[in-house]
Design a protein around this ligand. Structure first.
Ligand code: FAD
Length: 248
């Protein structure tokens, strides 16, 4: 099947942390692009002469809005070709060409289980889309627990938004783990913050295997491999309860 490629225009760029950037693109008015919360697109970036070496995938970080505006949240990876493009070359008005949407890392038809969303860094992108979708469409749901990990406090992505959701919705909880922060004063934060890796959080909260919870994991293989092993092997959750999107 021939892929359909879309041309979009960069309309806004904002640094979200020292190593993550939010990028908004707008599709041409004539383009019709629909996606499900949690899906990704594959961009053809001007970073190499060989076509396949130019392709990079990025999760859509906003909820579907029918307005042709997409947001991405990208990591600045030292030595990364796409990272260099996004952080050193990208300008407002640039064209970003992408195909998609792709991926089955989406919300289930019925949200009849507690959702535990576990991520590190820009792995939060599909969860921001899913959470936004749930509240935007007022979908019936149970508890939503977002567990976010990063190195330092200034790397907490979308912090204000998730703090606000936590205040507005008693069924939404938000825990953060900071792996490299040495001086951590938990009272600095209005939500629970842990020193170290994210694994301690779900190991503590979901120690007793329950059939009424679904885990969604997003990030890089070091985190995902450990979390899948912890949930299935250590805690005894069924494979069908654990879903993940691997960034690499
Ligand atoms: C389905 C999917 C969705 C994705 N969504 C996002 C997203 O929303 N936001 C986002 O920032 N990224 C996302 N990624 C990752 C993204 O596609 C790129 O891999 C990432 O931006 C690095 O590209 P680069 O060209 O900068 O680095 P490259 O030049 O491709 O890589 C440089 C080197 O770093 C290694 N590497 C790549 N990532 C890491 C890492 N995190 N830590 C350590 N080493 C690493 C590579 O294996 C390679 O050896 C997604 C990937 C997939 C498959």
């Amino acid at each position: 099947m021939a892929w359909k490629w879309y041309d979009s225009t960069v309309v806004k760029i904002a640094d979200e942390s020292p190593t993550a950037r939010r990028i908004w693109v707008e599709l041409n008015a004539s383009e019709e692009f629909t996606f499900e919360a949690g899906q990704f697109v594959t961009m053809d970036l001007p970073i190499d002469e060989k076509r396949l070496k130019r392709w990079r995938s990025y999760s859509i970080a906003n909820a579907p809005n029918g307005e042709g505006l997409l947001e991405f949240c990208v990591l600045k990876l030292e030595g990364g070709a796409a990272s260099r493009y996004f952080f050193e070359e990208l300008e407002l008005g640039a064209t970003i060409r992408f195909k998609g949407p792709d991926g089955a890392f989406t919300l289930p038809d019925s949200l009849d289980k507690d959702l535990v969303l576990i991520c590190t860094g820009t792995g939060v992108a599909p969860f921001r889309s899913m959470i936004g979708d749930i509240y935007r469409r007022n979908l019936p749901h149970r508890r939503i627990h977002l567990i976010f990990g990063t190195r330092y406090a200034n790397g907490i992505l979308y912090r204000d938004e998730f703090e606000q959701l936590r205040r507005d919705h008693p069924e939404f909880s938000y825990d953060v783990a900071l792996s490299r922060e040495t001086d951590l004063y938990p009272t600095q934060f209005p939500f629970p913050v842990y020193k170290g890796y994210i694994h301690q959080i779900y190991l503590q909260h979901y120690a007793e295997s329950r059939p009424d919870v679904s885990f969604y994991l997003c990030g890089w293989s070091n985190m995902i491999d450990d979390a899948v092993a912890n949930l299935i092997v250590k805690l005894g959750y069924d494979k069908s309860q654990v879903h993940y999107e691997l960034y690499g």
